[in-house]
Design a protein around this ligand. Structure first.
Ligand code: HEM
Length: 488
């Protein structure tokens, strides 16, 4: 059977242009249109890449044939040089992966929002006050928000005590290595494994030095919060959390604690940066589409009023806020090409051969910008998720779930990701106006709208924005709420 269509390449060495230019989701989407095929093949340095551009293709292969497509490629830089091979996010399919994934699912149950929502609420309340005090620190405060939430959910630390925590900074630096090196082919050593034996002083071997630095932070991410927590749990006691629930169920089996530590480390890695990226896109969207911001604030004023902040009990009554969450994730998917899967057997799809060992990429960007499903897909338009007849959520509309991956490797933290994003968006819009900045002459500064698409994540480049209280009363409401969640 023929290989799927795709860019021309030489049989053994493949397409050298793409070895150097590192294709990303935009290139993949371009191929989708050029070859008019939901499945595209490209050979890069002798490795087959299969790009799945539609929900139908990804669902058929990654969901329905998950027995073949649930592994991950071995990426030398990521797994061997930096050393992420302990994390089940980058592990091949097998017993070790199953043990960690099972622990995650059993001990962090999507049906039990109490395991994360109260911490998300508290972290968001603290974030609002800090944003009021230092709006220019938006990016840093978003990192604190996401970092303190996940540190509390996973390791039981108090959200307040985790503001400006060294752990959050370590997680950010550790995650940087992961999000760069998990994109196959970012480093030549992924294609040419012998490069790892070239001494780091040789020209072109700077990747060795970078791997060393990232390894240091990766180890801090894995051991730091877990070891601190274990000391504290005996001295002071901690709130119930993922790790304490796991430790409470130890059965005495070999390596149990090590498995808990690794699973917690994967949660910590995956749960911090992703939320920050989605919220940074949200702030950008609010500046670019002020009419959507106004509509959301009208809904909040109508449902919640001005004497309190929204909480999770308001979720069903705020369909437009939910629509903004979905639209943010659709308009600018956070991980638009997902994490790579691996074909562990040869397979055939629509008459095309998928060679064993192919790297499989689910191109969520193309799926979320597919005109068959989303009219005018490059415009931010939350109304596409709203039924015109009654203003409620349109459940028939495709949700941006492709951004959470597929099959047995689908993101196990997506329920937390959605609720953390929801409460942050609802709370921010209830007290702040997000506006374009103005320079010393009163001229509007148009925000940078470019994105960095060289890593796993679709991160907006730094931009300026102005964040103003909607009314003086909002400050009082924010302070009262912080006192309340802190139990004062
Ligand atoms: C908006 C935020 C998030 C997005 C967009 C996101 C997206 C993804 C994607 C695309 C994958 C790969 C799925 C695949 O291979 O098919 C993934 C895996 C994963 N995610 Fe998330 N994620 C988010 C938040 C979280 C959170 C909050 C947690 C933890 C609490 C988490 C934990 C994980 C883990 C552990 C994996 C690895 C799963 C495996 O390989 O078996 N993620 N995520």
């Amino acid at each position: 059977k023929p290989l799927p269509p795709g860019p021309w390449s030489l049989p053994w060495i493949g397409n050298l242009q793409y070895l150097i230019s590192h294709p990303n989701w935009l290139t993949y989407t371009d191929w989708y249109q050029r070859y008019d095929s939901d499945i595209v093949h490209v050979n890069i340095a002798g490795h087959s890449f299969i790009i799945l551009n539609t929900l139908e293709a990804a669902t058929e292969l990654l969901d329905r044939r998950s027995g073949i497509y649930s592994s991950r490629p071995r990426l030398r830089m990521l797994n061997d040089l930096i050393g992420w091979k302990w994390s089940f996010a980058s592990m091949p399919y097998g017993a070790e992966w199953k043990a960690q994934r099972k622990l995650f699912i059993n001990m962090f149950n999507p049906n039990n929002p109490d395991q994360h929502e109260p911490r998300e609420l508290k972290a968001t309340r603290l974030f609002l006050l800090k944003l009021y005090e230092a709006p220019e620190d938006l990016s840093y405060l978003l990192q604190n928000l996401a970092g303190s939430t996940i540190l509390s959910v996973v390791y039981g630390f108090d959200v307040g005590a985790m503001q400006d925590s060294v752990h959050t900074d370590n997680a950010r630096r550790g995650a940087e290595g992961f999000i760069r090196a998990c994109v196959p082919g970012t480093f030549f050593v992924d294609y040419l494994p012998w490069l790892r034996y070239v001494p780091s002083c040789f020209p072109g071997s700077s990747f060795q030095g970078r791997a060393q630095v990232w390894k240091e932070y990766m180890e801090k991410l894995l051991h730091g919060p877990f070891d601190t927590m274990k000391n504290q749990i005996f001295e002071e006691g901690l709130e119930s959390c993922f790790v304490s629930r796991c430790l409470g169920k130890l059965s005495g089996e070999h390596d149990e604690e090590w498995v808990i530590k690794q699973t917690a480390g994967s949660m910590y890695l995956a749960g911090t940066d992703t939320t920050v990226t989605s919220l940074r896109s949200f702030f950008l969207a609010m500046m670019q589409y002020p009419e959507c911001q106004k509509k959301a604030q009208q809904e909040l004023d109508r449902v919640v009023g001005s004497n309190r902040l929204p909480d999770f009990s308001d979720r069903d009554s705020l369909p437009y806020i939910q629509a903004i969450v979905y639209e943010t994730m659709r308009w600018q998917p956070i991980t638009p090409a997902g994490l790579p899967h691996l074909a562990s057997e040869e397979d055939v799809y629509n008459g095309y051969r998928i060679p064993k060992g192919s790297i499989i990429i689910a191109n969520a960007w193309a799926m979320m910008h597919d005109e068959r499903n989303f009219q005018d897909p490059y415009t931010f338009n939350p109304d596409r998720y709203i039924r015109p007849a009654d203003g409620q959520l349109n459940h028939g509309m495709l949700k941006p779930t492709a951004g959470f991956g597929f099959g047995r490797r689908i993101c196990p933290g997506k329920h937390m990701a959605l609720s953390a994003t929801w409460i942050a968006i609802a709370s921010t819009l209830s007290v702040f106006d997000i506006l374009k900045s103005v320079d010393g002459n009163g001229q509007i500064i148009e925000p940078f709208t470019e994105y960095d698409n060289t890593t796993l994540q679709n991160q907006p480049n730094p931009y300026k924005c102005s964040i103003k209280l909607r009314s003086p009363e909002c400050l009082h409401v924010m302070q009262t709420d912080v006192d309340f969640v802190e139990g004062k």
